[in-house]
Design a protein. Structure first.
Length: 137
């Protein structure tokens, strides 16, 4: 079963919401696949879908601070210090949130490649679009 809805609020399009049925095994399989692609440096599909059996777990993932981090790294890869400056938050909090998002399969890390940023660690989203779905029932 899949239901989708897209609404406008204050002139801005809201995120598409999908509700599906699935299994825990399917969720972890998708997350592993995305992480392996990121590790290999493979191109991603337009979106990655991550499913949650418990809607509460999805809500925990979507805290305001984590959403802001995800929005920034989806624009372009960022360092911890970049994110701390952009979001006006301390580095310790950013590191904690990045670790959580990495464990959930939403972020990957890469080393800087130019002479100006060689050795710096950048964080990026695992795909240009990420769809989060909660399992109900």
């Amino acid at each position: 079963m899949e239901e989708s809805d897209e609404k406008e609020e204050g002139g801005k399009a809201m995120t598409k919401v999908s509700i599906r049925t699935g299994s825990v095994e399917g969720f972890f399989g998708n997350a592993r696949e995305a992480a392996l692609k990121a590790d290999r440096g493979d191109d991603f599909d337009e979106k990655v879908t991550i499913s949650f059996e418990d809607p509460y777990q999805m809500l925990l993932l979507l805290s305001a601070g984590r959403r802001r981090i995800m929005m920034e790294v989806m624009k372009k890869p960022q360092t911890v210090q970049d994110l701390a400056n952009i979001l006006n938050r301390n580095r310790t909090t950013i590191v904690k949130e990045i670790r959580f998002l990495e464990q959930k399969g939403l972020l990957s890390r890469k080393k800087g490649e130019t002479s100006e940023n060689r050795g710096e660690v950048f964080f990026e989203a695992v795909a240009p679009k990420i769809e989060l779905v909660a399992m109900l029932g």
